[in-house]
Ligand binder design. Structure first.
Ligand code: AMP
Length: 403
């Protein structure tokens, strides 16, 4: 069922609650990376340019103590947002009570306020984690503050929290609209098209440390993909399942049987590394060498090798849809970054293909390479995009009104 989106709702003169994802890195009050703030701008601008009052909510980090509250205030975000919008953004240092309600009542059309970190509600109360465990009363309270609710926080869509599922549920119960923002709409469109309606050949590339994190994705995408290229630490459990020696590479003993089953189910769709870069230590200073599918005793595979890079590139060159999640090696160390960077470059060079990167480390690699603008879509939500690729219904999306 298609979901209601922000451009479907009338925001003029309305108090519009917008759940954004401003979970940005902040150290000593300085924002390390404002990508998520920039990503929320289209929805915020739509609301204020169309005469609405934008009331923003977001979580930031995890709150377990009063000490955390000092570090995890959204105040610096309000300042950055104000610069990006070129207009004053009022920061309200609470997210419940008279100060917030007065600030909202004083708003004029086109005004923007940002309330304090929603996870400040996770301590110092009888319920416990009111935000993170979705206290329905908190969702009802926040819903009571607005006429329209927009959820633009894809990054938390796989969690049922008060500020996404709680508010949306209460809004709908009160006969008020709960719509998806532009960023959420974009995520649903690109990830949804890839999973439900891929143009073939459809190639899935999976890497990263653990098989266990990606089992659901592999199972869901085996029948839909033409090829599943596996690199990174997770490849060694698969190579072990095929009877190869893996030395002291990353290995999940309890997943070997499952890896065998997946290899059997996938037939020749799953493509494993045919060579590797191996070293005796998990260190950039360690002596490293190119080895085949068997890793010598006492060494570990830390990147895919040159033949594997060529093989993966060869498969990728005809692809029309590509989904990539997880690095091909321990790419934080320059000696083991080549596989990840080459896969990123190959994606950047594809013409007429829809290329989707599922957040996290692969997104960082694309940005490091300066090819982010050559990728069709880089998801803003690592965990949420993985669950989407697993074919799961995300509670934050399910709670949005249907069209
Ligand atoms: P994930 O969070 O599952 O995507 O895993 C990313 C992490 O896996 C990165 O920090 C990489 O350094 C690490 N990684 C990838 N390949 C390997 C490998 N072959 N051996 C050890 N760590 C790896």
């Amino acid at each position: 069922m298609a979901k209601l989106i922000v451009s479907d709702v009338d925001v003029k003169d309305k108090k519009v609650l917008i759940r954004v994802d401003f979970n940005v890195p902040i150290k000593n009050g300085v924002i390390g990376n404002d990508n998520r703030i920039v990503a929320a701008l289209p929805t915020i601008k739509y609301v204020i340019e169309n005469g609405g009052k934008a009331i923003l909510l977001s979580h930031l980090g995890r709150i377990k103590s009063d000490e955390d509250k000092k570090e995890l205030s959204l105040r610096p975000v309000a300042e950055r947002l104000s610069e990006l919008l070129g207009k004053d953004v009022k920061f309200v240092p609470s997210n419940e009570g008279a100060e917030l309600e007065t600030a909202i009542n004083d708003m004029k059309d086109g005004d923007v306020i940002l309330m304090e970190n929603t996870r400040f509600q996770d301590i110092d109360n009888d319920f416990g984690k009111r935000e993170s465990k979705n206290d329905p009363k908190l969702g009802e309270y926040w819903a009571s503050l607005g006429d329209v609710y927009i959820n633009d926080a894809f990054g938390t869509a796989h969690r049922a929290h008060a500020s996404n599922v709680g508010i949306a549920t209460a809004m709908k119960a009160a006969g008020k609209p709960a719509a998806a923002g532009y960023l959420m709409e974009k995520e649903i469109k690109f990830l949804g098209d890839a999973v439900d309606n891929p143009v073939h050949p459809f190639v899935t590339i999976l890497g990263g440390a653990k098989v266990s994190d990606k089992i659901g994705v592999i199972e869901n995408l085996i029948p839909k993909s033409d090829h599943i290229l596996i690199g990174g630490g997770m490849a060694y459990t698969f190579l072990a399942a095929q009877g190869h020696k893996i030395g002291k590479s990353l290995f999940e003993a309890d997943k070997v049987e499952l890896a065998k089953e997946l290899l059997e189910k996938a037939g020749d769709k799953i493509v494993l590394p045919v060579d590797n870069i191996a070293a005796a230590e998990f260190s950039n200073d360690a002596k490293h060498e190119v080895v085949g599918q068997d890793i010598p005793d006492g060494e570990m595979g830390l990147d895919i090798g040159p033949k594997t890079i060529s093989l993966f590139k060869d498969i990728l060159k005809d692809a029309k849809t590509v989904v990539w999640n997880g690095p091909m090696g321990a790419f934080e160390m320059s000696n083991y970054a080549e596989g990840t960077l080459e896969v990123g470059r190959a994606l950047g060079e594809l013409k007429d293909a829809s290329t989707i990167i599922g957040g996290g480390d692969s997104a960082a690699a694309a940005i490091q390479l300066g090819i982010a603008d050559q990728i069709t879509h880089i998801s803003t939500g690592g965990g949420a995009s993985l669950e989407y690729l697993e074919g799961k219904e995300l509670p934050g999306i399910a709670a949005i009104s249907d069209k």
